[in-house]
Design a protein around this ligand. Structure first.
Ligand code: HEC
Length: 149
């Protein structure tokens, strides 16, 4: 009985968590809700706005992407190690096959923003949203990149 109820709570949590666009992380023992009011939204409002307009379609509001198609940004070892590549991704797109947390992604990502300021804003947002603590990039970092369209 307890097992069945736990299953129901688990299922309801997943369902409503998904509908409310909250991250629901599960392990065998716990359901963890990450609050919808991510501190990164207040810290990087412009980046949050751009993310919610442009990136969510693929990387999802949860930052967890879609397995096999769109890589996660939340907890991404690739993002953590390649901040400059994140700037290149948003400015110029990418058609490389990359490995994120052990899985390969080969669908191309189209360019998303057309100026350095927006690139820095949205990259700093994803570097620090969903509990990421991956540091920041500067306008000078972005200006090293040639925008090719
Ligand atoms: C049309 C779908 C799509 C959109 C929209 C999109 N991306 Fe991507 N993104 C991808 C795909 C596919 C990859 C993996 C392929 C690659 O890197 O060439 C990727 C890779 C990435 C990576 C590097 C891999 C990782 O997981 O760390 C970053 C960083 C990134 N995207 C950030 C963004 C940001 C920020 C935005 C919005 C400004 C955005 N993307 C919008 C599809 C998308």
């Amino acid at each position: 009985m307890i097992v069945v109820m736990a299953g129901l709570i688990f299922f309801a949590g997943k369902t409503f968590g998904f509908l409310n666009h909250k991250v629901v992380e599960t392990t065998s023992k716990a359901i963890v809700y990450i609050p919808a009011n991510d501190p990164a939204d207040a810290k990087y409002p412009q980046g949050a706005k751009i993310f919610k307009e442009k990136c969510v379609a693929c990387h999802q509001l949860t930052g967890m992407g879609i397995p096999g198609a769109f890589p996660p940004l939340k907890g991404s070892d690739y993002l953590k190690a390649n901040k400059k590549s994140a700037l290149i991704h948003v400015l110029n797109g990418s058609s490389e096959t990359i490995t994120v947390n052990g899985a390969q992604y080969s669908i191309p990502m189209p360019p998303q923003v057309d100026n350095y300021k927006d690139a820095v804003a949205v990259v700093n947002y994803v570097l620090n949203a969903w509990g990421n603590n991956f540091g920041t990039v500067t306008l000078a970092d972005a200006k090293d990149i040639k925008i090719v369209r």
